[in-house]
Ligand binder design. Sequence first.
Ligand code: FE2
Length: 203
Amino acid sequence: MPWARVKGDFPDWRLHKPVEDRIPEHIRKKFNIPSMASHKLWFAEPDPVKQAKFLEIPRLLGFADAYTTVNVQHPGQTTALHTDKEQSNFPDENKQFKRILKKAYKLGTDRPFGHMSNEEQYDKLERCFVFLQDHQPGHVIILDGEYVTDWRRGDVLWFDWRDCVHATCNVSHEIRPLLQVMGHRTDKWRDIHGSSRLTEIEI
Ligand SMILES: [Fe+2]
């Protein structure tokens, strides 16, 4: 059973608004921060007009101050086993680095939670996927050894981004689009998480 379900008319999921690099190149090089622009084929921020409904979803699911991207996995792409904690951990917690992240945050950053310490992120943030199209044979997600398949558009998949070892691959002929939401846990999130019934929200 999905964690929740989003119902209604979905906007077209195609990528409209590439994520821009807001951290200057020489700083990214110095601190080994990957370029967001280089990922433009794989994810984008929802277009505020054409995909405005995608930006409503986090609040309805109990995520506050969320950062939302449309992620697409093309046929043949894979993401090997990892936890998101590994990816979120800042390799360098020195003061200059934190200052840069804070500045970038104010600019509306590609490191939207960079102003928080790692501990704070583990403590306060949650993450989920909202599928933007029905599952196709060959679309695979693995969560702690369990294979997730057969999702429907609108199904919400929650996992503990800190500790869940997960991987994805696409060996179909069709792109697999999903919405990735990360934001602050609220009471509404707790209600959905604690409920034994499927929560359905309408957009
Ligand atoms: Fe991940």
